[in-house]
Each structure stands twice: as structure tokens, then as C-alpha cells.
Design a protein around this ligand. Structure first.
Ligand SMILES: Nc1nc2c(ncn2[C@@H]2O[C@H](COP(=O)(O)OP(=O)(O)OP(=O)(O)O)[C@@H](O)[C@H]2O)c(=O)[nH]1
Ligand SMILES: [Mg+2]
Length: 429
């Protein structure tokens, strides 16, 4: 078990709680002394600010993996009321606040902890290595430069030696930044790191046998099934664990059963159910597209999402021959379920992305980029209305876009954003 201590009280703790602990940076065997007179041999790793993970003085205490012992040691250390247990992600939050990590690198740390597949590790590395952060920083800088030019035009328009940017050049520059933002936004959003287990969703037309398949994959009757179209009204989500066919590894997923996708007009409840289904689909890592006939195609909203095609009710004859990409299942007699589990495991292991560009977006990044993009669109729309658009208004749109990009890269931060990012970490990270 590893206990980490960080902050200004570290040197006090080192000198009052340990015997034989050298002052030098390094790993040292030492003896921890309790108030009761009891002693405990431990290994202590000592490091000094600023060259530590948090940027503060730190001590790491290595002791045997006994929770009760760990609690005793924590109590002995926290006798001083100004010493308290860390909050989730607080080490990484301090590293960020002390300038040791950027906010996106910190998200990379969270992503590494949550990684399930090789691909997740590559993505987590992209965050930690700062590739994406550099890209967003560059966008931020381009806009800040443009804003400076526009503001110079507004503030010093009466001075001859200040030449503000021409409206045409400004429009071209804003368009070019908006295009880069669009390209970044076209990347796949991966919410995986927020959830830590892949989110797999059963989707398809009404009556395709989704709910029956959901129950079969769960191994018990969780949801109602019936021959009536539109039986399922809510997205029902359950955790599922299964063993891969090679044995050994088990795979954890969250599996969702959705209302059948049906564009036909219906009652308000039907419309609400359809909206809820599409929203759930948006956050899926993998979609199991169910069709009994083999004729139903996924709707455009699904786009190029990661799909496994499932031919349901394969005990029944079908006019459309099976295609190689389809997995045939019968949820009633269990035929094909093993193959489907294997296909899901393989799809998850292979990763979620399509295409050579492996860069991706965290939902927080997508949100900030969208907000920045809509501010830029406003500037462009103002120019479209009149090329002599009010520069003060353009400046305001640019400022809004800059603020969103600043939040994305952590150049400007709010407690709300920090809370949302670091609360997802585990304690001790
Ligand atoms: N023969 C056969 N019937 C099936 C199979 N799977 C489901 N069914 C039947 O098909 C009907 C519809 O099944 P559901 O699982 O409710 O279908 P659903 O896709 O959830 O339908 P909605 O919730 O309305 O979208 C039920 O009568 C099931 O018993 C199968 O593998 N073989
Ligand atoms: Mg159903």
C-alpha cells in the first residue's frame, strides 16, 4: 500500500513521525513511531518541491497492504488538524494548479487510469503528451492575435500609424479558424474515459427482438418483451460481465436496451421516447444494430459510428441472405450469442475509432469547441450581413470564442470546470 502526503506540512511530518529518516531526496527504510509507543518499519520516498508530481514537498510511505494498518498510519499523521485526507484527484489537481501539468495532460492521467484497451492507452498518451493541447493552444493564440488587431482598430481608429486589419482579411482569418475548429469537431467523441467501461447499445427498428436479446445477454428477464411494436419506452441500462471465449479475460460493459427507432409520428410519449433513444445512442461506444429481416439500415444520425450488425430471430426464415458482416442470433434458443459476445469483445478491443486520424475528443473538449465555433459563426454571420460589420461586435464574438478555447486548454479556469475534471479521479491520484 502506498500513502502519499503532499504540501507544506511534509517536513514536519517527516521529522516528528519517523525515526532514522535521512534528509536527502530518495527512498529510505525508516521507522514510523506511533503515540502509543508502537513502531512500524516502512519505506519512505522523500522528494522536495518543485521537482515532484504535485510541485510541493512530498512523502510516499510504502507499507504492507493492510487497510487497518493504513488507517492507523493516516490517523497518526493527521493528528495536526491542518492535515486532511486528499480529495479524489487532488494530487493531479495540485499538479495542475502548481503549473506541473496542463489541464489536458491532467485529463490524460485520468484517461490512463481508466484505459481498458491498447487504443485507450494510445489516446491517453496523446492527452498526456500534449499533442491536442498544443493544437488547441495554437487556435487560442490565432484568435487572440486577431482580437488584438480588431481592438486596435476600435481603440485607435483616430491614430494614423495604427492600421487595423481590413474587414476582408479579418473575415478570411475568422473563417479559417472556424474551419480548423470544425475539423477538430469532426473527430469522434470518446466518452469512454468518463465511464471507464464501454457503453454498448442495442438499437434497431421496433420489434427487432432487442429486448429479448438484452434479457438473453443479461441472463435473466430484466425487461418486458412482446410482439407489439413499441413495447420498450425507456433506455434501460445494466452492467454485464462475460468471459471472452479464450477464457481468462473477462469483459465488463454497460448494455442498454432502447425503444425501437421509428420516425413515424406518434403520441408525445412516443416522440419523447425517440428523443431519449437518440440521445443514448450519441454516447454509445458501440452500437449493436439489430434487424430481423436484414433490410433495416441504421439511420443517418448514427453516422459512421462503431457498429456490429446483428441479424436477430435467425430461427426464422428470411428472404435476405446473411451478409458476412452480420452476426446471426436467436435470443430464444441462445444460438449465436457466444459469437455475438466474441464480436463485441473484438470490437471493443480493436478500439472505437475509424480512420487513420486517431485523435479524438473528450466530451468536455467537444462542448468547448462547439461553443467556440458558434461564437465564430456569429462573427461570420455579422460579416455576411454587411462587410462593414461593427468591429466592437466582432471583437465580442472573438472574445467569447477565446474564452471557450481558454477553458478548454485551462488557460482560464473556473472552479466548476476543475471540480468536474478532478472529481472523476480516484483518491490518491
Ligand atoms: N422466433 C423468434 N422470436 C423472437 C426472437 N427474439 C424476439 N422474438 C419475438 O419478437 C417479438 C418482439 O421482441 P422484443 O424483444 O420485444 O422486440 P424489441 O425490438 O424490443 O421491440 P420494441 O421494444 O417494440 O422496439 C416478441 O414477440 C419476441 O418473443 C427470436 O430470436 N426468435
Ligand atoms: Mg423492446
Amino acid at each position: 500500500m502506498l500513502l502519499r502526503i503532499s504540501g507544506p506540512k511534509v517536513q514536519d511530518i517527516a521529522s516528528t513521525r519517523f525515526r532514522d529518516l535521512p534528509d536527502d531526496r530518495g527512498a529510505w527504510p525508516a521507522v514510523m513511531a506511533f503515540e502509543t509507543g508502537a513502531e512500524l518499519p516502512v519505506l519512505v520516498i522523500r522528494a522536495y518541491a518543485p521537482a515532484t508530481y504535485t510541485g510541493e514537498d512530498t512523502l510516499e510511505i510504502l507499507l504492507s497492504g493492510n487497510m487497518h494498518l493504513g488507517n492507523r498510519v493516516m490517523q497518526a499523521i493527521a493528528i495536526d488538524p491542518s492535515i486532511r485526507p486528499a480529495r479524489p484527484g487532488e494530487f493531479t489537481a495540485r499538479a495542475y494548479l502548481n503549473g506541473r501539468l496542463s489541464i489536458i495532460e491532467a485529463e490524460g492521467v485520468a484517461a490512463t487510469i481508466a484505459a481498458v484497451t491498447q487504443r485507450d492507452l494510445v489516446r491517453a498518451y496523446q492527452l498526456r503528451a500534449g499533442v491536442l493541447a498544443a493544437e488547441y493552444d495554437a487556435l487560442h493564440d490565432r484568435l487572440a492575435d486577431l482580437l488584438a488587431l480588431v481592438e486596435a482598430g476600435v481603440d485607435f481608429s483616430d491614430q494614423e500609424d495604427v492600421r487595423p486589419i481590413s474587414p476582408h482579411d479579418l473575415l478570411a482569418a475568422v473563417r479559417s479558424v472556424a474551419k480548423t475548429v470544425e475539423q477538430a469537431l469532426s473527430r469522434r467523441v470518446s466518452g469512454r474515459f468518463d465511464r471507464t467501461v464501454p457503453f454498448v447499445v442495442l438499437a434497431g427498428p421496433p420489434n427487432a427482438g432487442k429486448s429479448t436479446l438484452f434479457n438473453a445477454l443479461l441472463g435473466h428477464r430484466r425487461v418486458v418483451t412482446s410482439p407489439v411494436r413499441g413495447t420498450t419506452r425507456d433506455a434501460i441500462i445494466e452492467p454485464v460481465t462475460w468471459l471472452t471465449r479464450t477464457g481468462g479475460d473477462h469483459i465488463d460493459i454497460r448494455l442498454a436496451d432502447l425503444p425501437g427507432l421509428d420516425v413515424q409520428a406518434g403520441s408525445p410519449a412516443h416522440i419523447a421516447a425517440q428523443h431519449a433513444a437518440l440521445r443514448t445512442l450519441e454516447s454509445a461506444d458501440l452500437i449493436l444494430w439489430c434487424s430481423a429481416s436484414g433490410r433495416d439500415l441504421p439511420p443517418a444520425e448514427i453516422g459512421n459510428r462503431h457498429l456490429v450488425y446483428v441479424r436477430t430471430k435467425c430461427d426464422r426464415p428470411s428472404a435476405v441472405p446473411m451478409q458476412s458482416r452480420e452476426v446471426a442470433v436467436c435470443a430464444i434458443d441462445g444460438r449465436g450469442l457466444d459469437e455475438l459476445r466474441a464480436a463485441v469483445s473484438a470490437a471493443i478491443a480493436e478500439g472505437e475509432d475509424i480512420g487513420a486520424d486517431d485523435a479524438f475528443l473528450l466530451p468536455r473538449h467537444a462542448h468547448a469547441l462547439r461553443a467556440a465555433h458558434s461564437a465564430l459563426e456569429q462573427a461570420i454571420a455579422a460579416f455576411d450581413a454587411s462587410i462593414d460589420a461593427d468591429p466592437a461586435m466582432i471583437a465580442e464574438s472573438l472574445r467569447t470564442a477565446i474564452r471557450h478555447l481558454g477553458e478548454l486548454t485551462g488557460r482560464t479556469h473556473t472552479d466548476d470546470i476543475l471540480g468536474r475534471i478532478f472529481s472523476r479521479f480516484c483518491i490518491g491520484k
